[in-house]
Design a protein around this ligand. Structure first.
Ligand SMILES: Cc1cc2nc3c(=O)[nH]c(=O)nc-3n(C[C@H](O)[C@H](O)[C@H](O)COP(=O)(O)OP(=O)(O)OC[C@H]3O[C@@H](n4cnc5c(N)ncnc54)[C@H](O)[C@@H]3O)c2cc1C
Length: 501
């Protein structure tokens, strides 16, 4: 028998890692009532993510936490390098601008527990967001109008029920919600244990101030400069390594002896993780959905696992808000998986390819790899820029389905400050002002913010894409572009209709 219902809400979030906390902030900002359930008392303390990108900073900005996040991060301004055992640079990740297309630095470094605390503290701003830590969800029963969650209060063993219209499983790699949904996971091929630890410097023995992937077949190692005195090492386990013994401090110090000694730094706890590459099929079943590591996992060579989860949250939050607050059809939520899955898959597949370069342990294969790279200049690559899959967008090619940049407007404010969490239509006044009546009504009913092209940054984008208008979604992805009145009417038709009352 299910425990009696103690609380009701629009959205129950299972798991308050970075993805659950980001989703709760976004939904709280949109006025949606949320209960976030987390089995642990505190944020997960062990070393995990160190990097997020400019698009993710833009999402933090949209939830009103940019300054707080900036206070615990630092921008990475030097490119990540892949070097071989002889110290030659094989490959470089470019795109390290201090001010990139999202109106902020392209790369940010941080300590995951600090960032998670900022996200959790942000939830205190919302009266309609309730956080229940030390609450473990152990069953979910779905019906036509919502779902009932069975929850154990781990502090006192009490069982309670939560009633929600939708349940989002942000419950990590071993997701209960994913299992209850019956989603299958596809293996994308990489599973490799690595030892991960942070060192807190007492003095700097001249360490690099950028990320270096040491592609040494004798022992692949990743080094990162996080923030302040914190430095990260990730050390691949070699065949025959004992995963328990290797994490002991005396062994950890031996592994980093080429860079630091106990005189230079204190070690934070070392832990062995197996990096995985998997993607789930079936991110939604009725009232249940999954986001973040519960839907996909990537090896961290691009620093994109959490980023992908934050993008899931940004994609889902405005859709949930429209369905719950503006009577948009529930089918809008089906676009979540169709849009997000191909996007995250592109990142995982590139991370797996990079893994094949970094994780080479055969000396002959590594020598051949180095010879190929040495034949040219170090190869420069940037993050992939995949588009969203099919969903709430026209079926034109890029830039449709990609994030719209965030230029400053004529008054110096950033574009997103003007748009808030709404759809935006940017275009030539001559086109927008003369839209037909039906188009105007659709724009008005959907609360679309209109901006004309007198702002130089916006005009430059329209000119570059030979467009007279562009429709932006609340997550700032380009829904479509118009070149004439008929094209503008097609853009307006993309906007979700309210269901009949
Ligand atoms: C070594 C390493 C380096 C990484 N580097 C990067 C990087 O540089 N950049 C990047 O973007 N990503 C990186 N990642 C990935 C990133 O850490 C994860 O993608 C991210 O933590 C996933 O967040 P999440 O919220 O989806 O899941 P989690 O962080 O796993 O959170 C899930 C939460 O759900 C809770 N939970 C689970 N089940 C229940 C239940 N039944 N009831 C209640 N609560 C429950 C758990 O206690 C947990 O708090 C790295 C990962 C590792 C291991």
């Amino acid at each position: 028998m299910s425990p009696p219902i103690a609380h009701e809400c629009d959205v129950a979030i299972v798991g308050l890692g970075p993805v659950g906390a980001a989703l709760a902030n976004l939904l709280g900002s949109a006025g949606v009532s949320v209960i976030a359930l987390e089995r642990d008392a505190e944020v997960y303390p062990l070393p995990r993510a160190v990097h997020f990108d400019g698009e993710v900073m833009r999402v933090f900005h949209s939830m009103g936490l940019k300054a707080e996040v900036e206070a615990v991060t630092h921008p990475g301004l030097k490119p990540m390098e892949f070097v071989n055992a002889q110290g030659q640079v094989l490959m470089v990740r470019g795109g390290n601008a201090l001010k990139g297309p999202h109106g902020c630095a392209n790369n940010h470094y941080f300590n995951q527990p600090q960032l998670e605390r900022v996200l959790r503290q942000g939830l205190a701003r919302f009266a309609a967001v309730k956080v229940l830590t030390r609450h473990d969800v152990f069953a979910i029963a779905e019906d036509g109008s919502g779902a009932s969650l069975s929850v154990e209060n781990c502090a006192n063993g009490e069982l309670l029920g939560i009633r929600a219209r939708y349940v989002i499983g942000c419950d990590g790699a071993r997701s209960l919600v994913r299992r209850l949904m019956g989603s299958v996971t596809e293996d994308l091929g990489l599973h490799q244990p690595w030892l991960v630890f942070d060192a807190l410097l007492k003095r700097d023995p001249g360490l690099p101030d950028h990320t270096v992937q040491y592609c040494d077949p004798a022992r692949p190692i990743t080094y990162c400069n996080l923030r302040g005195d914190r430095r990260r090492w990730e050390v691949m386990l070699m065949p025959g390594d004992d995963p328990v013994a290797i994490a002991r401090p005396e062994n950890v110090w031996k592994l980093v002896a080429p860079w630091i000694s106990p005189d230079d730094a204190d070690l934070e706890r070392a832990v062995v993780y197996t990096f995985h590459s998997v993607i789930a099929h079936g991110w939604r079943r009725g009232r249940l959905m999954i986001a973040g590591d519960s839907a996909h996992q990537t090896p961290p060579f691009l620093g994109q696992g959490m980023c992908a989860g934050i993008r899931d949250a940004a994609n889902l939050a405005w859709k949930l808000a429209l369905v719950l607050r503006a009577n948009a059809p529930d089918a809008l939520l089906d676009t979540y998986e169709s849009e997000r899955k191909p996007h995250v898959r592109a990142f995982i597949e590139l991370a797996v390819r990079l893994g094949a370069i970094i994780q080479t342990v055969d000396a002959d294969v590594a020598a051949e790899r180095d010879r190929k790279f040495a034949a040219g200049d170090p190869e420069v690559f940037t993050f992939p820029a995949p588009g969203l899959g099919p969903g709430l967008r026209s079926d034109e090619p890029a830039p449709v389905g990609q994030p719209f940049p965030q230029p400053e407007l004529a008054d110096g404010r950033l574009l997103d400050c003007e748009l808030g969490g709404r759809f935006g239509l940017i275009g030539q006044a001559a086109l927008i002002d003369h839209a037909d009546g039906a188009t105007r009504r659709r724009l008005r009913d959907a609360g679309v913010v209109e901006l004309d092209d007198r702002h130089p940054g916006l005009r430059a984008w329209l000119d570059a894409h030979d467009a007279r208008a562009v429709l932006l979604r609340p997550d700032r992805y380009v829904a479509g572009i118009a070149r004439d009145p008929a094209g503008l009417a097609r853009l307006a038709a993309l906007l979700p209709h309210a269901r009949a009352a």
